[in-house]
Design a protein around this ligand. Structure first.
Ligand code: THU
Length: 142
């Protein structure tokens, strides 16, 4: 149990990440990823990974969710759930380095929770600070 997120909210985020994973466009890797991002107002934005025949234009599920939210004026977030795997979900998947940096832009790393899920009842939670220590963010430019 997390002191800031209720069990119900964690479940809802994992279920929504799983639903978004169904939309994964990943014909090249076959690795299907879904993410569900929680705003400070408890709204949820989902995303999936979107690959491309030219490979490098591909986008991760986490960034899809962040960009959807920011493009609708939401720039403050509390948590993200991620669920991923080719067919069966056998591992906890953590966000790639680029996604960690993109999330870092909009959150307090000590208070933002990354929920890495295998299922609704099997997940690990870490703060962004734990996953991405000594990060560079907007305040470094002040
Ligand atoms: N991917 C994500 O969407 N999120 C992650 O956290 C890890 C990797 C995607 C990128 C690519 O489409 C596929 O998974 C294999 O790397």
């Amino acid at each position: 149990m997390n002191e800031k997120l209720s069990r119900d909210l964690i479940s809802e985020l994992i279920v929504k990440a799983g639903e978004a994973r169904e939309f994964s466009y990943s014909p090249y890797s076959g690795f299907k990823v879904g993410a569900a991002l929680l705003t400070d107002k408890d709204e949820i934005y989902t995303g999936c990974n979107i690959e491309n025949a030219a490979y490098s234009p591909g986008n991760c599920a986490e960034r899809t969710a962040v960009f959807k939210a920011v493009s609708e004026g939401k720039t403050s977030f509390k948590a993200i759930a991620i669920i991923a795997g080719k067919n069966e979900i056998t591992d906890y998947t953590s966000p790639c380095g680029i996604c960690r940096q993109v999330l870092r832009e909009f959150v307090n790393p000590k208070e933002f929770y990354v929920i890495m899920a295998k299922s609704e009842n099997d997940y690990k939670i870490m703060t962004l600070e734990e996953l991405f220590p000594m990060s560079f963010g907007p305040e470094n430019l002040d």
